[in-house]
Design a protein around this ligand. Structure first.
Ligand SMILES: [Zn+2]
Ligand SMILES: [Zn+2]
Ligand SMILES: [Zn+2]
Length: 154
């Protein structure tokens, strides 16, 4: 955790920003909830638990700054809510998401898996790919199991 904070601090410094206590409180919440995909309000409520003096506007501005510096990514799973997600360290491209349409569970795929597709796009469309967002909508293994169990008991 401290190492990640140190590296994020350096990323901010290299763009002439400081890791102020308010920014650090926000970064800590994001690191502590790395598996979750928190909305700005979620982040704010968690920051407030530990640092009640920090306002929603400050948290918003910090999230915007971290997004701009590509430390976090803003994502939307189609429910109209912007969520924030830490970028995996050393990853050239953003990771993919599997969103369950039954229970809302979100899983992550860290492997890019798109090398072949990227090659075709760059070759046939003469398009230089910088990044991508890939969200699969479907039914998670738990919900599939639940359905099976229900069908068997009917
Ligand atoms: Zn994610
Ligand atoms: Zn890629
Ligand atoms: Zn599910």
């Amino acid at each position: 955790m401290e190492n990640r904070i140190d590296r994020i601090k350096k990323q901010l410094h290299s763009s002439s920003y400081k890791l102020t206590p308010q920014r650090e409180a926000t970064v800590r919440v994001l690191l502590e909830h790395e598996e979750d995909h928190l909305s700005a309000e979620d982040v704010y409520l968690l920051v407030k638990e530990k640092s009640p003096e920090i306002g929603l506007a400050t948290v918003y501005r910090t999230l915007e700054l971290l997004t701009e510096l590509k430390i976090i990514d803003k994502i939307n799973f189609g429910d109209g809510v912007s969520r924030y997600d830490l970028r995996k360290e050393g990853a050239a491209h953003f990771h993919h998401h599997l969103v369950c349409i039954e229970c809302g569970a979100v899983a992550e795929i860290e492997d890019d898996l798109l090398e072949d597709v990227e090659e075709i796009v760059e070759r046939d469309w003469k398009f230089k790919i910088m990044d991508h967002r890939l969200t699969f909508h479907g039914i998670c293994v738990k919900c599939q199991q639940k359905k099976e169990d229900q069908e068997q008991s009917e």
